[in-house]
Design a protein around this ligand. Structure first.
Ligand code: NAD
Length: 474
């Protein structure tokens, strides 16, 4: 049983002032594995105060000092690789292979940002002026539970590179994972007050960060509904805001694609990370005359997606994070049937033999129309909607007929054809034929069009979200 009673404030592990507690549940078996003390407004204000006090010195630190700090954070995260993995499996039900990839990715974010930092001109002449890029101030960082430490590192790295100090409010459902990361931050020797972490609820600790005038910059990853409320709340003090929100990403299968490869790719795009991925390719657009062919290919590919205990190496889909998420996904599956979509695989309830955890059946709906709720709203579970299209023109129209715009996926044999369609997708990134690891390309931005977000993360785009340009005329 783990008991997490402390926040990380001003370089120390500090007992929570807030007294509310929340049980931590292993989603694989619903066993209680510990409890976390949830902070209150006073904990949040103590962290903000520490970040504010640390800002003047840290904002004037040299690029070399911050680069060295990013390197130390990279090493500290890697030093605890096995602990991060164990925490993510226990608390979240992460699939082991994906979890290792995600933890190494979190460590790599720091060295990628170090590279960006070392090549960045903080000051340069611009006509008759000198342009200086200044750290914006104290950053409030709020993260979700589906890639907990990856998301925290993804926000801390650019904040540190820019010379900002930060207060992180992680998801209350990732307290064990966050504790391991806090120990890494401490071990890396981050100066006191530069990074502070406060566990707590969104409407308590999160809300204090949103309204507190000492927070100059906000970066939020989570649902579109909460993102919108943060944007409204941040307006009062004109905070700079970066939002990484939800998605309902289309995957267009062009008619020249190899359908077996496309089906395998479609399940990877839709079911990775237990389907709890903002970039999930959850709408599969298939040429109408070849629908039966695609259905057969999907059924051939599906058995390789074993659902079960993620402590077993060959498991590819684990449980959903908690009861609320399980209930939400069940509701969508029932709604899909009620609205007239047909089940090709899966359906309501638990897979047999897996009733003891928050497991759902990997589900594929066919005869889906893009107007149906299951095609419009983010389900955030392993549920794929197959939507037929008549022409390429119609495929692009359906793909873009969504309020979201985070990612697109394309299966095509002719790369030139794939590229031509990709350029017409309204989304921050498009993957053609394979999942490409964004972290292999340090400078590539990640972020959403439309209601999938505001601003970008990674590389120079991510760094500049924490900088304010100042023009000085001599
Ligand atoms: P969520 O929006 O419920 O919560 C995210 C965070 O916001 C949590 O830390 C939560 O405590 C906090 N929060 C909740 N209410 C708040 C409030 N009123 N004020 C301030 N903070 C508040 O999201 P979730 O369920 O944790 O995560 C799933 C969502 O995250 C999905 O919609 C997914 O698409 C999105 N997501 C987006 C990306 C991306 O990069 N675009 C990445 C991962 C997840």
């Amino acid at each position: 049983m783990k008991s997490i009673t402390q926040h990380y404030i001003n370089g120390r592990f500090t007992e929570s002032h807030g007294t509310e507690t929340m049980a931590l549940i292993d989603p694989t078996n619903k066993n209680c594995i510990g409890q976390v003390s949830l902070g209150d407004e006073e904990d949040a204000r103590a962290a903000i105060h520490a970040a504010q006090e640390a800002f003047p010195a840290f904002s004037r630190s040299s690029v070399a000092e911050r680069a060295e700090l990013l390197q130390r954070l990279h090493e500290a995260v890697l030093d605890r690789e096995e602990d991060h993995i164990a925490a993510r499996i226990e608390e979240y039900g992460g699939v082991s292979l994906h979890t290792r990839f995600s933890v190494r990715g979190a460590a790599k974010i720091f060295t990628n940002m170090k590279k960006t930092l070392e090549g960045y001109a903080f000051s340069k002449p611009l006509g008759k002026a000198v342009l200086s890029m200044k750290p914006v101030g104290v950053a409030g960082l709020i993260t979700p539970w589906n890639a907990a430490i990856f998301m925290i590192c993804n926000k801390l790295a650019p904040a540190i590179a820019a010379g900002c100090t930060a207060v992180v409010k992680p998801s209350e459902f990732s307290a064990i994972q966050t504790r391991v990361l806090a120990e890494c931050i401490h071990a890396a020797g981050v100066p006191a007050g530069v990074v502070n972490l406060v566990n707590g609820r969104g409407d308590v600790v999160g809300a204090e960060l949103v309204r507190n005038p000492l927070i100059a910059k906000f970066s939020f990853t989570g649902s579109t509904a909460v993102g919108k409320s943060i944007l409204r709340g941040a307006a009062d003090t004109v905070k700079r805001v970066t939002l990484e929100l939800g998605g309902k990403s289309p995957h267009i299968v062009l008619d020249d694609a190899d359908f077996d490869k496309a089906a395998a790719f479609a399940l990877e795009a839709a079911f990775r990370n237990n389907g709890q991925a903002c970039i999930a390719g959850s709408r599969l657009l298939v040429p109408e005359p070849r629908l039966k062919e695609m259905e057969a290919a999907l059924l051939r590919a599906l058995p390789s997606w074993k659902v079960g205990n993620t402590r077993e190496e060959d498991t590819r889909i684990g449980p959903l994070v908690n009861e609320k998420q399980y209930a939400r996904v069940q509701e969508y599956i029932l709604k899909g049937r009620a609205e007239g979509a047909e089940l090709l695989a899966g359906g309501p309830g638990h897979p047999s033999g897996l009733e003891s955890g928050w497991f759902v059946k990997p589900t594929i709906f066919v005869k889906v129309e893009n107007r149906m709720t299951i095609a419009r709203e983010e389900i955030f579970g392993p549920v794929l909607c197959v939507i037929p299209y008549k022409t390429e023109e119609e495929a692009v129209r359906i793909a873009n007929d969504t309020t979201y715009g985070l990612q697109g996926w394309i299966s095509a044999s002719d790369p030139a054809r794939g590229l031509a369609v990709a350029e017409r997708i309204e989304a921050g990134a498009v993957m053609i034929n394979k999942s490409f690891d964004m972290l292999d390309e340090a400078g590539v931005p990640m972020g959403g069009f439309k209601q999938s977000g505001l601003g970008r993360e990674f590389g120079v785009f991510g760094l500049e979200e924490y900088l304010e340009p100042q023009a000085v005329f001599v």
